[in-house]
Write a protein that binds this ligand. Structure first.
Ligand SMILES: Cc1cc2nc3c(=O)[nH]c(=O)nc-3n(C[C@H](O)[C@H](O)[C@H](O)COP(=O)(O)OP(=O)(O)OC[C@H]3O[C@@H](n4cnc5c(N)ncnc54)[C@H](O)[C@@H]3O)c2cc1C
Length: 461
């Protein structure tokens, strides 16, 4: 390799770092740069000073020490699902943990340990071998660590809470370069901050969390023509009032483009759907769903569903995809909101606009919880469109901005970090008490703000 290839655009000498890592370092002039800097979300054009691909925790410690010595910053990234709010990466080493893929299940303790680069389907499948279920989200290839540090809203969260509040230990390289194992007994403040406060407190190398004995759920989708959108969403909204914590549901408008990637039965067509997931006996799930089935869906896929299949219920794209999305929590959904939601979604370039039911365990407080104690808001909205070109991105972002503006009278004071794909003030992501505690912890563990997250926390001295 020539001297030229060892130096990145800003004259950064990457060779000393390469010498101490088992993993790789890629600079802007290296072959493979475009692949190395690519995020899962293909609309995000990441230009860090270098990309590091660690093989293990010691590599991460070396990367952090090197960055500190060179006056650089470090941005950990598992998959890049949450890359949109990250912003300008100049002077930053992007630490992509995708090679750290170890998963261990302890079937007796009912816990899982996932290394930093593990994606959800890997845990779901490993846990299913033992009849256990994790608090995975809707997408098979979202990263376990990024998802959990930001909160972790699962199809089982109304029953078991958010993922962050089922974490039992987190191993993390702090800004000082030390590898620390945090739990309730060791570094409890840092452990608290990592559980819901996002990725600003260190580079996580592995995470451990509880699993639940559950082999299958009664789940699927009731599909209705999109011209019934307001009627169906109003019926769904009323129905949610009566549901136990075991039932999670989503009211959603789907507008599929006529492209080959979309399966034939729905390609080029639009629907209003209700997704329902009942974590209990199928017979009881069937009874609870009767009022929605009575509305006469044109397709009905709700049936006993093994946990690994549940990971694909929401039809999230696997592998890198160009998407522009954003979301926020809602204090209430009333008929007026639904009428205006439908007007602002149907016929626009928005592919999916969903309203997820919260409540249940996510609304309950506990002194054992981390930085996100409880969400009072009963619903969360999220919309996304396909944006393969910058022009398409502008159009989709415009439609989503209009939808957010329309929803603003109903918007809750605080929202969910992981569903916020635009940069928000951290004061809107946490309660006041959590926000100030997070800032004080950041000042202790990373006073120079070496670790960059997609939703930063500024140190408070
Ligand atoms: C298609 C899709 C479906 C989704 N479904 C759900 C869902 O059902 N429920 C839900 O709660 N969320 C969901 N999300 C949101 C998702 O949880 C966030 O985008 C989350 O940030 C993704 O984590 P990641 O590691 O995959 O992404 P990344 O972009 O890699 O990481 C996001 C942030 O997490 C932090 N981070 C990642 N790895 C580390 C590390 N090792 N150490 C320290 N910090 C780290 C960093 O701050 C980073 O900027 C979804 C997103 C998409 C795009």
């Amino acid at each position: 390799m020539t001297e030229l290839l060892l130096r990145s655009e800003g004259g950064l000498d990457l060779e000393p770092l390469r010498r101490v890592l088992d993993g790789d370092v890629v600079g802007p002039e290296d072959a493979g740069w475009d692949e190395a800097r690519r995020a899962w979300n293909l609309t995000v054009d990441q230009w860090p000073a270098a990309v590091a691909l660690p093989e293990h925790a010691d590599d991460i410690a070396a990367i952090v020490a090197h960055a500190r010595g060179q006056g650089l910053r470090v941005a950990p990234q598992g998959t890049g699902h949450g890359a949109a709010p990250l912003g300008n990466l100049a002077g930053t080493i992007l630490v992509k943990t995708e090679r750290m893929r170890g998963v261990t299940i302890d079937p007796v303790a009912r816990t899982a340990r996932a290394e930093a680069g593990v994606i959800w389907i890997e845990v779901v499948e490993a846990a299913a071998e033992h009849g256990l279920a994790a608090l995975a989200g809707s997408s098979p290839d979202v990263g376990v660590v990024g998802y959990t540090l930001g909160g972790g809203l699962s199809w089982l969260s109304r029953k078991h809470g958010i993922g962050a509040n089922q974490v039992t230990a987190i191993e993390v390289v702090t800004a000082s370069g030390d590898l620390v194992r945090t739990d309730w007994a060791n570094e409890p403040d840092l452990f608290w901050a990592l559980r819901g406060g996002g990725g600003a407190f260190g580079v996580v190398t592995a995470i451990e969390f509880n699993l639940f004995p559950l082999e299958q759920v009664y789940a699927g989708i009731l599909w209705f023509p999109v011209d019934r959108a307001a009627e169906i969403l109003k019926a769904w909204r009323a129905w949610t009032d009566e549901q136990p914590d075991e039932m999670t549901s989503v009211g959603r408008i789907l507008q599929f483009p006529p492209i080959p990637e979309i399966p034939e039965p729905v390609r080029g067509r639009s629907f209003v759907v209700v997704q329902a997931i009942y974590a209990g006996e199928a017979a009881e799930g069937e009874r609870l769903l009767e009022p929605l089935r009575a509305l006469g869906p044109v397709m009905d896929t709700v049936a006993p569903t093994p946990m690994r299949e549940l990971s694909r219920l929401h039809m999230d794209p696997e592998g890198p995809a160009p998407g522009a999305g954003d979301g926020g929590m809602l204090d209430e959904i009333d008929d007026e909101l639904i009428d205006r939601f439908v007007e602002n979604v149907v016929g626009t370039p928005i592919l999916s606009a969903e309203l997820r039911h919260l409540g249940g365990a996510v609304a309950r407080r506990s002194s054992q919880h981390g930085a996100i104690d409880a969400w009072e808001a009963p619903f969360i909205a999220y919309a996304i469109g396909i944006a393969p070109t910058p022009q398409a991105k502008d159009v989709v972002e415009d439609a989503i901005a209009r939808l957010r503006l329309m929803l603003s009278p109903w918007e809750a004071e605080h929202t969910y970090l992981n569903f916020a794909e635009s940069r928000r003030s951290a004061t809107t992501l946490f309660s006041d008490a959590s926000y100030y505690r997070l800032r004080r912890i950041k000042a202790i563990v990373d006073p120079a703000d070496l670790i960059r997250s997609n939703h930063p926390i500024a140190p408070a001295f």
